[in-house]
Ligand binder design. Structure first.
Ligand code: ADP
Length: 348
């Protein structure tokens, strides 16, 4: 239904009142005089003007009084009342406020949904963190109690229990370090230190660092080609090192005995496409969209046994996205997994 501004309403009311008064005046003048046209017109004009001013003033004040608090609330405004009144008088207030309240309500609904999502995420995150920390803490408590209960003097277990305690402490340290990194990455605290460097050289360094781990499962770490020329990229070397280390360590942890991990590169014009492929256990298709979530693990016991915190891929994704690049995963159960990401080519 069409709504009217206070000014239009005042005109309509003034016209109707003048018409009614006109009829009454015609009857009145007709009974007392013969020439009444001029006084009639004059009286009608006067009635119209008085009613118009009165109604217009009353309506504007009434509507303003009702709308002012709503308007100020939805806009969080702190503007002087007179300015607001003037602004409102110039518009079709009711329609305008109607529309603005609708937009405001829609925004609030999505804001509330977002806050609920955040609260849920926070709750889940805290639950996950305490769950992850509980296991090593209880293990340490168990070992220490056994040692105190006489185990310390028992040479067949004292050393093993201390070594197990150290392993649990190291696990806690890894979790806390990864958590610290995630929070830095999420709050944007981590500033990237860009430089040009050869990614082939970096991969070779990571291969060297992980050689022992790979040997334990007789896994071969190699390139798809014999890269005799450098593949220079522009990125934060230390962070790309962490990405490659995480992906290569995963390829070993979730790889098969005597398996292979292959690293390859492809020129994509502005970017270099990097791929880390293994022929390991693979990831079921329905789990693929979730592997980059914090604490998400396909095989929980395998991950924990390998010393995984469940945060590695979340960190990897954050780092790649901080470089404004993307990462994807392809996988087939019992065939293998490929992580593919892009990095910017060297800037000359
Ligand atoms: P984790 O510390 O458990 O390895 P990540 O965040 O690095 O945590 O990986 C999340 C999960 O994704 C792992 O627990 C594992 O189930 C799966 N995953 C990661 N990389 C591979 C891979 N190369 N092959 C098979 N599964 C993988």
């Amino acid at each position: 239904m069409r709504t009217y501004s206070p000014r239009q309403m005042a005109i309509i009311i003034a016209v109707i009142s003048s018409l009614i008064a006109g009829i009454a005046l015609v009857v009145f003048y007709y009974s007392i005089a013969t020439s009444f046209i001029l006084p009639l017109i004059f009286s009608l004009m006067l009635i119209f003007i008085v009613i118009y001013i009165l109604v217009s003033y009353l309506l504007t004040s009434f509507i303003f009084e009702k709308i002012n608090p709503i308007y100020k609330t939805i806009h969080n405004l702190n503007i002087p009342e007179n300015d607001l009144k003037k602004g409102l008088e110039e518009k079709d207030i009711i329609n305008e406020v109607n529309k603005e309240v609708e937009t405001w309500a829609n925004n609030k609904t999505s804001e509330i949904a977002q806050l609920k999502e955040l609260a849920k995420y926070r709750k889940e995150f805290l639950g996950n963190v305490s769950h992850e920390l509980k296991t090593p803490i209880f293990n340490i408590q168990g070992y220490v109690l056994t040692l105190l209960d006489g185990g310390l003097e028992d040479s067949s277990i004292n050393r093993t229990y201390l070594e197990k305690t150290e392993k649990s402490i190291n696990r806690m340290i890894s979790i806390v370090q990864d958590l610290e990194d995630i929070s830095k990455l999420e709050s944007g605290e981590l500033k990237l230190n860009y430089s040009n460097f050869d990614i082939i050289e970096l991969v070779k360094e990571v291969f060297d660092d992980q050689e022992l781990r790979a040997k334990e499962k007789d896994i071969q770490l190699k390139f798809n080609l014999n890269y005799d020329k450098a593949v220079p990229i522009y990125a934060d070397r230390e962070q790309v090192d962490r990405v490659l280390t995480n992906l290569i360590v995963n390829s070993i942890n979730y790889g098969i005995e005597k398996g292979t991990t292959v690293v390859s590169f492809m020129d994509m014009g502005e970017n270099i496409l990097c791929e880390v492929t293994d022929n390991g256990v693979g990831i079921p298709e329905k789990e693929l969209p979730r592997v980059f979530e914090r604490f998400y693990r396909v095989d929980k016991s395998r991950s924990r046994n390998a010393g995984g915190t469940g945060l590695g891929l979340a960190i990897v994704k954050h780092i790649i996205e901080a470089h404004n690049q993307t990462i994807h995963v392809r996988s087939s159960v019992n065939k293998g997994t490929s992580f593919v990401f892009t990095l910017k080519k060297e800037i000359k």
